[in-house]
Ligand binder design. Structure first.
Ligand SMILES: [Zn+2]
Length: 319
């Protein structure tokens, strides 16, 4: 895989993980134990503390590093721990350093090793692909869960990769332990510690779905289908209204960027889209990643209407 494919991954420790994924052709669920064993000896033991693992570097007596992993944790948690310890072994500025969590607050290296671990187990490119290839949020979540990561890690990856206009939540025995809106959403998400049933009861018009795993439930909510596709004005007319008062130069530039972002759906992407709503969602997603489009355009209250009009126009050409 060409390096430019993951140039959008900014954090250096994430890049290292992405490079490893590419080098070994790893596909979720990643066999992280085998991978770690190429760098260190691994033993599953009863640890005397609550710790997930200890990493012992090589010394006069030990030819290879040794990772002692608590055998009393869930298998998804162990997988994350293995990936985390691997991070300490391959991130160059971690090697030989002692890392620990003190008073519940994590050191920078601990945060970096966690972020390395998420990228390794839930690679950004893979998640992007899942989001692009699976039309419904339910399918995206189902496929993403096959990476065998915790529900929260999976939910974070899904919400940062798009699926605009949704609310995601994880509950454990009915109580919300994580929640977030996806980008492009303009609502609140269920408060941590509240009963999920309160939320579902107060939002009856939403489409609600869930997947249960053990004591945890992964919830998603979508509000009723976007209705602004009834716009009657053309995209250019709406754009001109939004651009009122801007200079000719910035208006022209913004229109060019807008058309570029909504222009190049490849034949393959286009044929995988089943409706104008999906096209609209794709465009929403693109605008979250399009840094050159001015915010006076994307944050304007009529921007959604503009996108609707543009989606409708392109959709009618496609048919
Ligand atoms: Zn650590």
């Amino acid at each position: 895989m060409a390096p430019e494919d993951w140039s959008f991954i900014k954090a250096p420790e994430r890049r290292l993980a992405a490079r490893l994924v590419a080098k070994h052709g790893l596909v979720p669920p990643v066999d992280v134990l085998s991978l770690l064993k190429t760098y260190a000896d691994v033993e599953f033991v009863d640890l005397p503390t609550e710790a997930d693992a200890y990493l012992l570097y090589e010394d006069e007596k030990r030819r290879r590093p040794l990772v002692l992993v608590s055998r009393n944790k869930s298998s998804n948690r162990q997988r994350f721990t293995l990936a985390h310890e691997l991070g300490h072994l391959v991130i160059p500025w971690h090697i030989g350093e002692l890392n620990y969590t003190q008073n519940g607050s994590k050191s920078t290296m601990e945060v970096e090793a966690d972020s390395f671990a998420s990228e390794l187990l839930l690679p950004s490119l893979w998640i992007r692909n899942v989001v692009e290839c699976q039309a419904t949020l339910e399918d995206r979540i189902r496929v993403a869960l096959t990476a065998n990561c915790s529900m929260i890690a999976t939910a974070i990856a899904i919400s940062s990769a798009g699926s605009p206009g949704s609310v995601l939540a994880i509950s454990s025995e009915g109580v919300v332990k994580w929640s977030s809106i996806t980008s492009g959403s303009i609502t609140a998400s269920p408060p941590l510690g509240s009963r999920i049933s309160n939320w579902t009861a107060t939002n009856p018009s939403w489409t609600i779905g869930n997947i249960e795993r053990g004591t945890e439930t992964f919830w998603w909510f979508r509000w009723p289908q976007h209705t602004a596709h009834t716009v009657t004005r053309t995209a250019k007319q709406i754009f001109d209204t939004i651009a009122t008062g801007k200079t000719a130069k910035s208006t022209a530039e913004a229109w060019t960027y807008f058309c570029a972002v909504t222009g190049g759906l490849s034949g393959k992407q286009s044929s995988s889209l089943g409706s104008v709503d999906q096209l609209y969602s794709q465009f929403k997603l693109r605008f979250q990643q399009a840094s050159r489009v001015p915010s006076w355009l994307t944050s304007h209250p009529r921007f959604d209407g503009l996108l609707s009009a543009r989606s409708k126009e392109l959709w009618s050409k496609k048919k």
